[in-house]
Design a protein around this ligand. Structure first.
Ligand SMILES: Cc1ncc(COP(=O)(O)O)c(C=O)c1O
Length: 504
């Protein structure tokens, strides 16, 4: 019985595909009928797949979604929240995956964390949920208290003011750009109330020539200004007019860094030279925006020395230095990835979203503009209940030492990767800090096949850039979760999926 159970209900990597589809469907039905659902207060011991990926129900749901929503294009999982827990989610076909993507790294405590469920059951939380706040005109004492308490735990060094936006990273970056533009106008004496009559309501005021520098392979959002700043995939920009703003190269380094010093130094020097030239050529650049790791573009890291030089270049040219930590915030073994750079002058602006649940920016006090319209939008900028979530998350992270714990598990994974998989020519360039890790494959076909293979075997993962596989686990990830990933990395080069690639 035990043998049959393991062979049929918990199939190992290749077994499943060998079972004819109609038998699979019978097994699937029997399993649903006789095996109770996984209790949601406990992680399952392993991922397990009842169907192919995507399963029949997911395919049907995707077809339905296609009829009603444009958003089906990117949908890759239909999650049953009620059955998901910790690092695992259960999809609509009852497949259980260990999640290394976690909604683009937006679930620091995984699914259904008991502390968050407890919070959500409180009256106070319910009221913050059901009463929409126009935060431009109304505050609650609870909100003031929460902001004071929360920002104490997360404010980057030497930045003092926080502004919240709509929950998405794009809105935080849009507001950062607006503030940088106001700052440049202020420093040039243009933004005073006497000039108000000269502002043309078509939008073409005196500051209209200003621009913002961003980097090749960077990602900063998908609307208006933030889409202009995004330089990762042409498909994201096609058909949408955007500002004629400059772009500069960002270094593409080889890993391990210490074995490729000469190459990497030359690459960073080349980029800095070009960045400086672009700044000199475009005196209207009022800000630059940079990610500590180009997270959508391919997980490209710059060294601390590169960022220190970039920061100085910005300062020398009166350019606001915006660090986009939408994806890296709370993910590199510390609150902010830019803490790794040891900057003499802090960033002027740091934007955040994703793991923080709310989005917004921290700014240096010198950027505060009185009597000018710095707000992001008219009324409902952000959700008070999400601020409650953030506060609880920060408490748990601090109390349970989760930055250090998750970093340790990820370091163990990196070590195992180097020892066990470096010999496979298809894997290279493992890199990252904290739990923000990626490795490269030889090309996009191979990477896409690996992603499919992983999902088929219950490891939910995604790629980024041309050929990288990225890991965005929770902060409660442990060695045992990485073991499932290691299994698929080890088995892929021997799999039929990989061998089939060579045939086509
Ligand atoms: C670095 C970075 N900035 C900005 C954004 C845009 O955030 P959102 O999609 O929440 O608007 C993203 C999204 O992935 C991002 O990774």
């Amino acid at each position: 019985m035990v043998f049959i159970y393991h062979r049929l209900f918990r199939p190992r990597i290749y077994d499943y595909e060998m079972i004819p589809r109609f038998v699979r469907n019978l097994i699937y039905k029997a399993k649903n009928r006789f095996i109770p659902a996984i209790p949601v207060n406990k992680e399952p011991s392993a991922p397990h797949m009842q169907t192919a990926y995507p399963g029949p129900k997911m395919n049907n749901l995707l077809n339905d979604l296609e009829m009603s929503s444009q958003d089906y294009l990117n949908t890759q999982a239909f999650v049953q929240h009620e059955k998901s827990f910790g690092n695992f989610f259960v999809d609509c076909d009852e497949n259980t995956y260990v999640d290394f993507y976690t909604n683009i790294g937006s679930l620091p405590l995984g699914y259904n964390h008991p502390k968050l469920k407890e919070l959500a059951a409180s009256d106070e939380y319910c009221m913050s949920f059901i009463n929409r706040l126009d935060v431009n005109h109304y505050y609650t004492p609870q909100m003031k208290e929460l902001i004071e308490k929360t920002i104490k735990q997360m404010t980057p060094k030497k930045l003092s003011q926080v502004i919240f936006t709509c929950g998405c990273g794009s809105s935080a970056n849009e507001l950062a750009v607006k503030i940088a533009m106001l700052r440049r106008g202020n420093s040039e004496g243009r933004n005073n109330m006497q000039n108000i009559r000269t502002v043309d309501l078509t939008g073409l005021s005196e500051g209209s020539g200003l621009s913002v520098l961003s980097f090749r392979n960077g990602f900063h959002g998908r609307i208006g200004g933030s889409l202009t700043l995004t330089r990762s995939k042409p498909i994201q920009k096609i058909g949408v007019p955007h500002f004629d703003w400059p772009m500069a190269p960002f270094p593409v380094l080889k890993h391990p860094l210490k074995d490729n010093l000469a190459y990497n130094n030359a690459e960073e020097a080349r980029c800095l030279e070009e960045i400086e030239a672009v700044m000199k050529k475009n005196p209207n650049i009022c800000a630059l925006i940079v990610e500590p790791v180009q997270a959508e573009g391919g997980d490209y890291w710059g060294t601390p020395a590169f960022f220190r030089k970039l920061r100085n270049l910005a300062k020398e040219n009166n350019v606001t230095f915006i660090v986009d930590e939408v994806q890296t915030g709370m993910s590199t073994g510390r609150m902010w990835a830019h803490e790794l750079w040891d900057l003499e002058t802090p960033p002027d602006v740091v934007t955040f979203a994703k793991k923080f649940q709310v989005s917004g920016l921290f700014i240096h006090k010198d950027l505060i503009t009185k009597n000018l319209s710095t707000e992001f939008c008219g009324d409902n900028c952000f959700d008070l209940f999400r601020l409650n979530n953030l506060s609880k998350i920060l408490n748990v992270v601090e109390k349970e030492n989760l930055f250090q714990k998750s970093e340790k598990a990820t370091e163990n994974f990196k070590k195992a990767f180097k020892e066990e998989f470096a010999r496979f020519p298809i894997y290279s360039n493992i890199r990252g800090r904290g739990n923000f890790v990626a490795f490269d494959m030889q090309n996009s076909r191979e990477r896409d096949a690996f992603v499919r293979f992983s999902r088929k075997n219950g490891v939910f993962i995604t790629g980024c850039g041309e050929s990288a596989v990225r890991l965005r686990p929770t902060l409660i990830v442990e060695n045992k979760h990485y073991q499932f990933l290691q299994n698929v990395i080890g088995e892929f080069p021997r799999s039929k999926d990989y061998k089939d690639l060579a045939k086509h």
